[in-house]
Ligand binder design. Sequence first.
Ligand SMILES: [Zn+2]
Length: 238
Amino acid sequence: MRNDLELLLKLQVIDYDLGELERSKDYLPDMMGNLDREIKEAKTQLSDTTKQLEEARATHKSLDLELQTREAELQKYQQQMMSIKTNKEYDALVAEIDSLKEQIADRETRVLDTIELIESLEKGIGELQEKESQVVENNQKQLHILQEKMDSIGDKVASKQESRQEVTAAIPKPTLSVYERVRRGRGGRAVVVVKKGACSACFKALTPKKAQDIRRRDKVYTCDHCGSLLFWDDEISK
Ligand SMILES: [Zn+2]
């Protein structure tokens, strides 16, 4: 009978492992999805910032061109000032020059702002590139490991099922059906240890007589209160 209990404990471990394998079919794809998403996010962040930098550089270039054009015009007008003949001409030219100077000052401010933006984007891109390559490297390594785990689930389940069949074949049918019933009812754990003279599933104290019986291990006993299959361990049961 001592043997039955050992087989039941062995069966419980196998069933726990089978449950874990079943659960991993759900959580492994979730974990892999998260790792994939992290890679995509890092790549998007980098490409968005690269695009912003390209746009800022293009803006800088066109502002520079606008500045050059207006400065050339200003020079032209300033030369015309030398050969001015009437007051009316003078007033018109001064107005043109004032307007150009305003436009030039505006472009100069915008050029400075753009340069500042370019510098900060360049700095940011360096960090993002580093982050992206780290995320890609780390996550791909983990994805590879998780994929291997996923791929091996089928084989592991099959081999656990095989061990399960060997173990259950050696357990008497009535004992096995008690195990199955309790396991379904208690969400997995059917065989529990006696702890300080009580059932460790429901914590109800056992009668001294029952504790003695369990200790003797002449047959498989169940808890009167919760139905768990009980076993004695000299270290913790007393
Ligand atoms: Zn109990």
